[in-house]
Design a binder for this molecule. Structure first.
Ligand SMILES: [Zn+2]
Length: 179
């Protein structure tokens, strides 16, 4: 298939999958390769479309596919901390191991926010209604509905159903119980 003709799903486009202000700012070509097309479709059909349908709100993912150069720019601090925790040198060998675990570069993870919906409510609905590999409520502050975002991944194999809450310097299992 010509990449010009490829569309991940009915309401989500290839342009949305590759869109990144950071990539534009640094002249990075964030075009997804063909071998991630099926992952883009699986994520869009199993996560994005059901969310759009349930809330009846059109949205565009904040971040979806990330090529290696973009992931390097966006996740360098997280990589350095990952190395520190493992007492590894932050060299190319460590980067290769770190990078291999990342899901945005495989096309199977996206960050989303819905206009008018609290990110906590969004994460809760997704946790209770969707199949996913990982669901992470990131940098959300209780009382500030639009703070943070929801990271979700879906793999074309066995999905782990892992739920995490990540904030400044902490990662907790599950979602906080605000209700
Ligand atoms: Zn993410």
């Amino acid at each position: 298939m010509n990449s010009v003709d490829f569309r991940p799903s009915a309401h989500f486009t290839l342009a949305e999958a590759m869109r990144s202000q950071e990539a534009v700012r640094h002249g990075i070509d964030n075009q997804p390769p063909r071998n991630v097309f099926s992952a883009l479709t699986a994520l869009a059909e199993n996560i994005f479309e059901p969310v759009r349908d349930h809330f009846d709100i059109p949205f565009s993912p904040q971040s979806w596919f990330r090529c290696q150069a973009l992931e390097r720019r966006l996740c360098w601090t997280s990589f350095i901390n990952w190395c520190k925790r493992r007492k590894r040198e932050p060299d190319e060998e460590s980067w290769a191991i770190y990078f291999d675990r990342k899901q945005h570069p495989k096309g199977c993870a996206g960050d989303l926010e819905l206009p008018g919906i609290s990110n906590y409510e969004l994460a809760k609905w997704m946790r209770d209604n969707l199949e996913f590999d990982q669901l992470i409520l990131e940098f959300h502050v209780w009382g500030k509905p639009t703070s943070g975002w929801v990271h979700a991944s879906f793999v074309e194999g066995e999905n782990r159903g892992e739920v995490l809450t990540i904030g400044r310097g902490r990662a907790l299992e599950g979602l906080p119980d605000y209700d």
